[in-house]
Design a protein around this ligand. Structure first.
Ligand SMILES: Cc1ncc(COP(=O)(O)O)c(C=O)c1O
Ligand SMILES: N[C@@H](CCOP(=O)(O)O)C(=O)O
Length: 508
């Protein structure tokens, strides 16, 4: 157990509430006292209030960049205040936390601290990301944080979908896409843009922030930059993202380049450009992003009262997120919040499946591919930058990779919608993977399974319109539910309604 003295100087220091006996000190006490008796002065906002509290905190926790999966003898590391995306050898980087310092607090401490912050407006902990600040960017001043109180997304019990289509009783959909800009990218972008905000205050040479995107990273980057007054530059593959996604950065005032190439071409260009110009790279090649995204994994455990699900299924494209989930789960295990991690499944569209092919080869040879058009357009990626991270995550979680054809993913999306969800095609990919693993008996009927929904269905309304109008070449659109055209007279309306009600009437 953590001794009470360990709470001193912690983010919820005893100094905040010296009247409490040390044996009863807990993060929760601070919050309860604050919410019951404290009234913010009229001329103070929640940021000012946080600044006043933070003056007593001492930051003993830290994090730095190290080469990803480095040899234990490696001494290469960089401050998070440096602008660096690659290791000396050209490999990926990872954010490494001072685990010894974090381990001074036991699992119960962290569980209570994180639980105590849910549902509050205390800056910045009202965010599902920043409620885990000590594990994300422990050293950033709360005043520098750019947050839309992202995270804390719904974990939806997919009761009807699970029962009707899969014979499952414990199926959940983590709605990461019901968020500020409509995708899980908000979780990572709050962290990256906050760090940029800090760098700019330190007069580091960052004029703007840029990304290549299939539509969700660009939306999140544009919104967070707009909130902070930082220029955003987005490279989009022309005619390959949805209208709703295209209009997001335009509306948020970003500098939008529509480029006649695919995502991989845009990614290559933004890497070259950010090496030449004072533009900070916002794609998940930048490991800062994954620090925010990993909090979705912690949140899932928290929502299950720190019980570990058996499976978590994540749609994969550039492959940062599957590693972020692994990292979040692994940190919870290492720091004693839980005693195991779930098995991970990465789900890819068959039209954009380089990881699946690699997995099927027994991890023998990775080949980048040219991804074909897919309704899951945000994962139309053939040369994922985080391939090494994904393989690491899957190997260390006894993971699996599955794929879904266009028809499978659209049918799964439509079936899910018919049970009250309104999911994106990428979530359809994940649900198809689940169906295959259920049919093959790998996932059992009673296994607690979480499907990660990565974007809001409204961003992909056109794909649903095409499906329900049976307007897709070579697709049966078996679950289409087109509107019935009917004349504007009582008799005609009654006729179609009676027919409908008869088809729905219970058979006794
Ligand atoms: C909606 C959606 N789902 C899934 C993904 C895949 O995430 P990742 O690139 O981290 O694999 C992306 C982006 O790539 C996305 O925008
Ligand atoms: N789906 C992504 C693709 C880029 O992924 P990133 O996580 O590396 O930024 C998008 O929406 O752009």
């Amino acid at each position: 157990m953590a001794s009470s003295s360990l709470f001193q100087g912690s983010p919820f220091s005893l100094k905040s509430n010296p009247s409490l006996p040390k044996s009863h000190a807990s993060p929760t006490h601070f919050t309860i006292k604050a919410s019951k008796h404290h009234r913010r002065p009229a001329d103070e906002n929640i940021r000012d209030e946080a600044r006043r509290h933070n003056a007593t905190h001492n930051h003993r926790l830290s994090a730095k960049y190290v080469p990803f999966n480095a040899d234990p003898s490696s001494t290469e590391s960089y401050s998070l205040d440096e602008i660096v995306y690659r290791s000396q050898s050209g490999g990926l980087l990872d954010v490494q936390h001072d685990m010894e310092a974090l381990k001074k607090y036991d699992g119960e401490y962290w569980r209570s601290l994180f639980d105590s912050r849910v549902g509050k407006t205390t800056w910045p902990y009202g965010s599902g990301v920043w409620s885990k600040k000590e594990w994300v960017l422990p050293e950033i001043d709360s005043d520098d944080i750019v947050s839309a109180f992202e995270g804390n997304s719904n974990l939806f019990w997919a009761e009807r979908y699970g029962k009707q289509f899969l014979g499952m009783s414990d199926l959940w959909v983590k709605h990461c896409g019901i968020s500020h800009t409509g995708s899980f990218k908000d979780l990572g972008m709050t962290v990256l843009v906050s760090q940029v905000n800090r760098l700019r205050k330190m007069n580091r040479p960052v004029v703007g922030v840029g990304c290549a995107s299939t539509g969700d990273t660009s939306a999140a980057l544009s919104a967070y930059c707009a909130a902070a007054g930082i220029p955003a530059i987005v490279f989009l593959p022309a005619n390959k993202i949805s209208m709703a996604q295209l209009v997001q950065p335009i509306a948020n005032g970003a500098f939008v380049l529509s480029i006649d190439t695919d995502f991989d071409g845009c990614m290559q260009l933004i890497r070259e450009v950010t090496a030449e110009l004072p533009i900070y790279l916002a794609n998940s090649l930048n490991s800062l992003r994954l620090e925010g995204q990993k909090t979705a994994a912690i949140e899932i455990l928290q929502q299950f009262d720190w019980e570990v699900p058996d499976w978590v299924i994540v749609p994969g494209g550039n492959l940062g997120n599957i590693y972020a989930f692994y990292k979040g789960f692994h940190m919870c295990k290492e720091l004693g919040l839980v005693d195991r991690i779930p098995r991970l499944v990465c789900a890819q569209a068959a039209n954009a499946n380089p990881l699946y092919l690699y997995f099927k080869s027994g991890w023998k040879e990775f080949k980048a591919i040219r991804a074909s058009t897919t309704f899951a357009s945000a994962i139309q990626i053939g040369d994922p930058v985080s391939i090494d991270r994904a393989v690491y995550a899957l190997k260390n979680s006894n993971g699996i990779v599955e794929e879904a054809t266009e028809e499978e993913l659209m049918d799964a999306m439509s079936q899910a919608d018919s049970t009250g969800m309104f999911i994106c095609p990428h979530t359809g990919v994940a649900l198809s993977a689940l169906t295959k693993l259920r049919n093959s008996g790998v996932i059992k009927p009673t296994d607690r399974t979480v499907v990660v929904s990565t974007a809001h269905g409204l961003k992909f309304a056109q794909s649903k319109i095409d499906y329900h109008s049976k307007n897709i070449k070579d697709m049966a659109c078996r679950f289409a539910n087109p509107p019935v055209q009917v004349k504007a007279d009582f008799g005609s309306v009654m006729d179609v309604l009676k027919k409908y009600l008869l088809s729905k009437a219970p058979k006794y």
